[in-house]
Design a binder for this molecule. Sequence first.
Ligand SMILES: [Zn+2]
Length: 274
Amino acid sequence: MNFIDPHIHIASRTTDDLAVMARMGCVLVAEPAFWMGYDRSGTNSFHDYFRQLTEWEPRRCANYGIHHCVWMGINAKEAEDVGFAREVIAELPQFLDRPDVLGVGEIGLHKCTKNEVATLEALIDLALSSNEQMLFHTPHLEDKYKGTRMILDLLANEPRVDPARVCIDHCEEHTIRLALEAGCWAGITLYPTTKATPERTADMVELYGSERLLVNSSADWGPSNPLAVPDFMFTMRKRGHGPAAIRQTVYDNPLRFMRASRNFRFTPPDGSSA
Ligand SMILES: [Zn+2]
């Protein structure tokens, strides 16, 4: 069965990873702009990274028959210096009109500081003023509930936000309901050590239904697995879920969400319009 990984950091993956993903049925990935494993020293570093995401990574993926999309933004880990962040944000509009740019992401909170919130407000304003979809990173472990709550409150206070065009990512058992009740898409990240396992993700699908759930590997520089989505599919199969239910979560849903982005260009390999 074909699948989509709607949140994966391809820049950190090898060509061997891409080859195996393709063999396992991956046809489409979305790569949010993120941290590069180190803090960047100037806006030029971000500029080159944005070119990498929109020019070179799509080509690397295309070599394996995988269509590559991207989210443009500045991540929460590098959002603390508000002045610097504003210089990076000024670079973003020139990239937002490029093919297969899905919107502004991944943006959000890391330590939930005042400065992170100031940068996040500027990014949300950029997204809304250019009619972009948004992808939100939520903090790790002990800060997750508080950060998710803060992000959803910011969105609720902004009348221009359409929650159906927002994904709150890295949801876990204690935050998924918040995202869904706000009318947003809820992303679940499968990590080997933190975030969610395939089993816990299958539990959440069974509890909340899969209508607005997205499942991703977020495979990046840390311990992570670019084949986490097929692992989740296997877990769902072991529990007796049929192909249509599995396909909804790992293919139909991400496609439906991405199709609301104005620059999305993907044509499914089977010609379907699902
Ligand atoms: Zn990420």
